[in-house]
Design a protein. Structure first.
Lengths: 299, 475
């Protein structure tokens, strides 16, 4: 077989280019840390990686939703807990007014305190969380409870029964608000405010029968406040469970992503050094073989 | 009876023949690195023998002559190389163009349409729980605009690619015509030299190289004609023979969107009759035309379908809801924008309160600013089959497109590499036959040099001998 300079040059060039190509690919993989830098590197893997990225981005959103929902619910929870305390104090005052024999001045003083508690409850019912009224249903932009002397009890509820929900996981929807009218009867706040008014009136009038009736009602309100709190608590639980699941999902997806798209460093570096060696060998052979001809030995 | 100077004449012939031999070897050595050069050989044959009358057993040799200067060739390998060159050039061009497409898709990555879609849907998720937050409303508009930008960018880059392809195709048409033009001249010369019984070796090398170049551009069938010319046909259209040829021209160039948006071609004879042609597989030209006429428009349509699908589904749901002031019936994306181009409705840009996050109550009245149920519905479109006949989600549709391009690029790369390897092997085989080996030439050179020296020596010997006869015999 005749071997020609052109054929040898071509073979050496082809090998050099092939090795260089391999080196470049490894270099790209190692420096980007990614096995897939364009779809053709692994079309199937690309789809998997894109899918995982998309799901991870959705999970991030769920997590942000969950943390906002938790903030909102814990604001609600602390308001409800304060409401419970207020209604406790109200009951104490009513009980002591109904049982102890006291001069009217003392009863009036107690009635003044009840009036303050009522104002406090009113303020609680109009609590804002990051600038939104949390008990107004969808109407978070306006104060849900306003004074109206013409009404009995003397205020009106301007909110609605809108349930604000957030997605905190795939298919997991949690209501984050409690409306001003939630609870049995007229709703926790209207009822409590009404009862407080009754207690105040009864104290001022020294009417023990009305006070006793109010005490019974207050017991009901306290149960209601408790049940609302536990409802809020269970929502927080659901959110936390979902957050736990999201965390697990995130970890397993991140691992799956890494398995699909990330470079196995050890393997790649090993391959790099092998390819480097092959490249050096082809350079060396090229350098030794190419310049030689018979001419070197002719005078 | 032989002439007195017979021996000197024989030595003179040998000197001449060996000089020619050395010249041919020199020509080979000079062209050892020339592309397309085939090794030439001076064919030395003995001259006609001298028949001494009456001495039938003494037929004398009369020396050497150069019969002809031939070139080495292997037509079978040539043909294989022509056809392999067509394939190799087509696949490597396709590979290169598809890689450009992959760059346009920008996947997998944070800058692509996929990530923009994710952020868009997440924006609606965010709004669902914060419908009363003006900042979140503005953010939804921005994410809508960002998604629009991602589509614009991809479409614009595809348009640019189409424009560049058109220009490249035009330059390739010129190149093809230039090659055919030169081949016509070479053919004419070859035919006239062949008629005079000459071997125009270097001219034929030039012709073979031109045909090889042309094969890289279009898939030509090559036929050697008995008159020494070469005939070429492309997809059954004869484009060249010994005395005539055709010119390639662009018959019709329609911009994307006009008619079928294609560039069509014709081969025109010298007297003007055109043969319509669309390049079948083979050659760089086919890859360029296929990409310009079919692939880029199809890709554009797919991206536009995705963009329009998202626009329609989001708009339909958006019109169901209420803005902050209870306004309803607005589209989220401008329905009058050019197909494929997503643009947020300017009426919403004017007043983000018009984003219909709220669903309203059962009577169809606006509820309150924190009602984000319609935004939730829009966010849910992420997982709904809003596209195509198979009802795939926007994300699935996009990933399907990316995978399709990925698979085709991978295939093109593989075929390009395979064809390149096979072409190299064929070229090596051909070089083994037709290439110049410097070692071989040098060996022959030394051989020729020795022969020349020997012939020169012969002259001296005859000179001495004649000196003896002429000057010393008669005194």
């Amino acid at each position: 077989m005749r071997v020609t300079e052109r054929g040898m040059t071509r073979t050496i060039l082809t090998d050099l280019m092939a090795n260089r190509g391999r080196l470049e690919r490894l270099h790209e993989q190692l420096s980007s840390g990614s096995r897939i830098n364009r779809p053709s590197d692994d079309p199937g893997g690309t789809v998997t990686a894109m899918q995982i990225t998309s799901t991870l981005s959705e999970i991030e959103q769920f997590r942000s939703n969950a943390s906002m929902a938790r903030d909102w619910l814990s604001a609600t929870e602390s308001v409800l807990s304060e409401t419970g305390d207020a209604s406790n104090r109200l009951r104490e005052l009513a009980v002591s007014g109904a049982t102890d024999t006291m001069p009217q001045e003392s009863l009036d003083a107690m009635a003044d305190e009840v009036s303050e508690i009522r104002d406090h409850l009113f303020a609680l019912a109009n609590t804002q969380h990051v600038g939104r009224y949390i008990f107004g249903g969808y109407r978070t932009d306006e104060q849900p409870f306003v004074h109206d002397a013409g009404e009995e009890p003397p205020f009106v509820y301007q909110g609605d029964d809108g349930r604000i929900t957030r997605q905190v996981g795939p298919g997991v929807e949690v209501q984050v608000n409690v409306t001003g009218e939630e609870g049995s009867g007229e709703g926790l706040f209207p009822d409590l405010l009404g009862t407080a008014a009754e207690v105040e009136d009864a104290l001022r009038a020294g009417d023990k029968d009305s006070l006793n009736a109010a005490i019974e009602e207050l017991d009901l309100r306290q149960d209601e406040a408790l049940s609302l709190r536990s409802r809020v608590g269970s929502r927080v639980n659901r959110i936390e469970m979902s957050e736990g699941r999201l965390e697990d999902l995130k970890i397993s997806l991140t691992r799956a992503y890494s398995e699909t798209a990330d470079v196995d460093m050890a393997e790649a570096i090993m391959e790099l050094s092998m390819t480097e060696r092959a490249y050096n060998v082809s350079l060396a052979t090229g350098a030794r073989v190419l310049p030689q001809t018979l001419l070197d030995y002719l005078r | 009876m032989r002439s007195t100077f017979f021996g000197i004449e024989m030595a003179r012939r040998a000197l001449g023949a060996q000089r020619t031999n050395v010249d041919v070897i020199g020509h080979n050595l000079a062209n050892a690195a020339t592309e397309g050069y085939r090794k030439q050989e001076a064919r030395l044959t003995p001259t006609n023998p001298y028949d001494q009358k009456g001495h039938p057993r003494m037929i004398m040799g009369t020396g050497v002559k150069v019969d002809e200067i031939t070139r080495k060739q292997n037509r079978y390998l040539d043909r294989e190389i022509y056809s392999r060159t067509s394939d190799e050039q087509m696949w490597s061009k396709r590979n290169q163009l598809l890689r450009e497409v992959q760059d346009i898709l920008a996947e997998p990555g944070e800058g692509g349409i996929g990530a923009a879609m994710d952020r868009f849907w997440n924006g609606w998720q965010e709004l669902a729980g914060s419908a009363d937050d003006p900042a979140v409303r503005t953010a939804v508009l921005e994410r809508g605009a960002e998604l629009g930008d991602a589509f614009h960018l991809a479409l614009r880059q595809l348009d640019n690619m189409g424009d560049n392809l058109e220009q490249t195709i035009e330059t390739r048409v010129d190149r093809i015509n230039a090659i055919i033009g030169e081949l016509r001249e070479v053919n004419a010369q070859a035919v006239s030299l062949d008629a005079r019984g000459l071997n125009p070796n270097d001219l034929l090398d030039r012709r073979d190289l031109l045909v090889e170049d042309l094969s890289g551009l279009i898939d030509v069938d090559v036929n050697d004609l008995p008159d020494g010319g070469v005939a070429l046909t492309v997809d059954g259209i004869p484009i060249l023979d010994s005395f005539s040829g055709r010119t390639l021209e662009i018959a019709e160039e329609e911009a994307p969107g006009d008619g079928d948006g294609s560039i069509t071609f014709a081969w025109r004879t010298d007297d003007g009759s055109p043969a319509p042609w669309s390049p079948a597989d083979g050659g760089e030209f086919a890859a360029l035309v296929g990409m310009r006429n079919d692939e880029v428009p199809a890709l554009r349509d797919d991206i536009a379908a995705l963009s329009n699908g998202i626009r329609d589904a989001v708009n339909e749901q958006h019109r169901e809801g209420f803005g902050l002031g209870g306004e309803d019936g607005f589209d989220f994306f401008d329905p009058d924008a050019t197909s494929g181009y997503l643009r947020v409705n300017p009426q919403l840009q004017e007043n983000p309160g018009r984003i219909a996050a709220a669903l309203g109550d059962e009577e169809g009245n606006f509820t309150g600013p924190a009602d984000g149920r319609n935004a939730e519905q829009i966010a849910q479109l992420r997982d709904e089959g809003i596209l195509g006949e198979d009802d795939v989600t926007a994300g699935e549709y996009w990933r399907g497109m990316v995978a399709n391009i990925g698979v085709r690029t991978e295939q093109a790369e593989l075929l390009s590499n395979n064809n390149h390897t096979m072409l190299n092997q064929l070229k090596n085989q051909r070089d083994a036959v037709t290439g110049v080996s410097i070692d071989e030439e040098l060996t022959h050179l030394i051989q020729a040099q020795s022969a020349f020296g020997a012939a020169a020596r012969l002259v001296t010997v005859w000179d001495d001998m004649l000196d003896t006869v002429v000057n010393r015999m008669v005194r």
